[in-house]
Design a protein around this ligand. Sequence first.
Ligand SMILES: Cc1ncc(COP(=O)(O)O)c(C=O)c1O
Length: 177
Amino acid sequence: MWGYPADGPELAQACRAWGVPLVEDAAQAHGTTLFGRYVGTHGAIGTFSTHARKLICTGEGGFCLTDDPALADRLRPLRNLGKPPSGGEFGTGFGLNYKLPALAAALGRVQLSRLNSRLARRSLILEKLTAMASEISGLEPFPISRGRDRVQCAALPLPAPVPDAGTRPLHTDPAVP
Ligand SMILES: Cc1ncc(COP(=O)(O)O)c(C=O)c1O
């Protein structure tokens, strides 16, 4: 999430042991790597969002990654009204209309070619902000652990809540059951 990926390799290992296919939610993790491997490629399927706030943006939409041709053949009808990969006028199985319009996909593909340079720029900005934040007392950048070497954004946890700020966590509010 936001460049802090879950432990893909460990999850993949556990899923293999349990015989459960791993579907990674990599909605925010375009180009993020974990121990040098792209997030979204640890399991059977990686899913990505290309919503307006994402690093690759097509307005709305997304895509799935898999290196398994049989799984890809099962995915295609799901986003195209149940029509088999070979096409045809009518659906033959379950499916909805989740197709990404060609124009939107073209936008995404152009941005894909700039992904590396955008990530590199983000890392540079992150380094600068981290250095600046370290000079502000009470602000500590969220640590980026080993292996999470290409992140897209960083959190700055604030110190303990400021008293009298007029807000408090909902779970501490007596009015909330
Ligand atoms: C982790 C995660 N999963 C899923 C989604 C949903 O993506 P979409 O808005 O493309 O449906 C988001 C959106 O921000 C997300 O952050």
